[in-house]
Design a protein around this ligand. Structure first.
Ligand SMILES: [Mg+2]
Length: 260
C-alpha cells in the first residue's frame, strides 16, 4: 500500500468516514429487548409488530419476528452477493409481503412506509457518537482537510437526524449514502462518487471505517489510503488492499493527525 503507518495523513486532502461503528454506535439499552433463540437482543420489532397488528390476523409476535428475520437474512445475502442497496421501505414491504401476504398492495405499501419511518426514528434515537468522534472531525477540518461521509445505510433521509442526535451535525461537508445510489461499499462506484463530491483524487484521500470488506478492502481497491478501526484486533481477512493504518479506537487517529 502507498502509505506507511507513519505518513498515513501525508499529502492527504480529503478524509472520508464510515458512519456505523466508526462515528456512531447503537446503545442497545435505548431499544426494546427481544428474546430470540435464548438470547436477548435490542430490536425495534415489538413496536413494528404493534403498528402492523391489524394487518397480521392471528399471527403471533414470534411468527412475525421469524418472518422479519428470514427477510433480513435474504436481504443480507443479496447485498453481499451483489453490492446492491435495499432501502428500509423495500425491507418493510418485503417483511409485510411475508407475514401478511393477503393484504392489498396499496395498503401494504402505505403501511411499509409508516413502519420504515418508525424504525428509523427509533434507530436514530438509539445512537450515540463514538468517543472522540466530534473532536477528530473538527481537528481534521482545522488542518484544512475536507471531510465527508460514505455510509452503507438504507435510509438517506435519516442521516441528518442521526448526525443531529449524536451532536455531529455540521462536521461533514458531504453525505454519500448507499440508498441514494442504490449500491453499497465495497462497490468502487460509491467511492468514486464521494471523491467527485469533494473534487479530489483517490491518491489524495483517506477512508476510515470498521468493516474490513466494505471500508478497507473497498477503499483500497478504489485507490484510497485506508484506516481500519479494529477494536478486537482481528486479522485482516483479505490478501490485497491491506489497511494503511490499523487502530483499535477512532480517537487514536487524532495522534496520527497531529504527527502528520
Ligand atoms: Mg461501519
Amino acid at each position: 500500500m502507498i502509505a506507511s503507518q507513519a505518513d498515513v495523513f501525508a499529502g492527504i486532502e480529503a478524509v472520508f468516514f464510515d458512519l456505523f461503528d466508526t462515528l456512531v454506535r447503537v446503545d442497545g439499552s435505548r431499544l426494546p429487548s427481544v428474546e430470540w433463540k435464548g438470547q436477548h437482543v435490542p430490536s425495534t420489532a415489538p413496536v413494528l409488530f404493534s403498528e402492523a397488528k391489524d394487518l397480521l390476523g392471528d399471527l403471533s409476535f414470534d411468527q412475525y419476528l421469524a418472518g422479519a428475520i428470514e427477510v433480513s437474512r435474504e436481504i443480507g445475502a443479496e447485498k453481499t452477493a451483489s453490492t446492491v442497496e435495499i432501502s428500509t421501505n423495500q425491507r418493510m414491504t418485503r417483511i409485510l409481503e411475508r407475514v401478511a401476504p393477503d393484504v392489498d398492495d396499496a395498503i401494504r405499501n402505505a403501511r411499509a412506509e409508516i413502519l420504515a419511518e418508525r424504525h428509523m426514528r427509533m434507530l436514530a434515537d438509539s445512537l450515540v457518537a463514538v468517543e472522540g468522534a466530534r473532536d477528530l472531525l473538527e481537528a481534521v477540518r482545522e488542518r484544512g482537510l475536507r471531510v465527508a461521509l460514505i455510509s452503507n445505510f438504507e435510509c438517506t433521509e435519516a442521516v441528518p437526524w442521526i448526525l443531529e442526535g449524536t451532536d455531529l451535525e455540521g462536521t461533514l461537508e458531504e453525505l454519500i449514502v448507499s440508498e441514494d445510489l442504490g449500491i453499497c461499499k465495497p462497490d468502487e462506484r460509491i467511492f468514486q462518487t464521494a471523491l467527485r463530491s469533494l473534487d479530489t483524487q483517490a491518491e489524495n484521500a483517506l477512508h476510515v471505517g470498521d468493516s474490513a470488506r466494505a471500508d478497507i478492502w473497498g477503499g483500497g481497491r478504489a485507490g484510497m489510503r485506508t484506516a481500519w478501526i479494529n477494536p478486537k484486533d482481528a486479522p485482516f481477512p483479505f490478501e490485497d488492499h491491506l489497511p494503511s493504518l490499523t487502530v483499535r479506537r477512532l480517537a487514536a487517529l487524532r495522534a496520527w493527525l497531529s504527527g502528520a
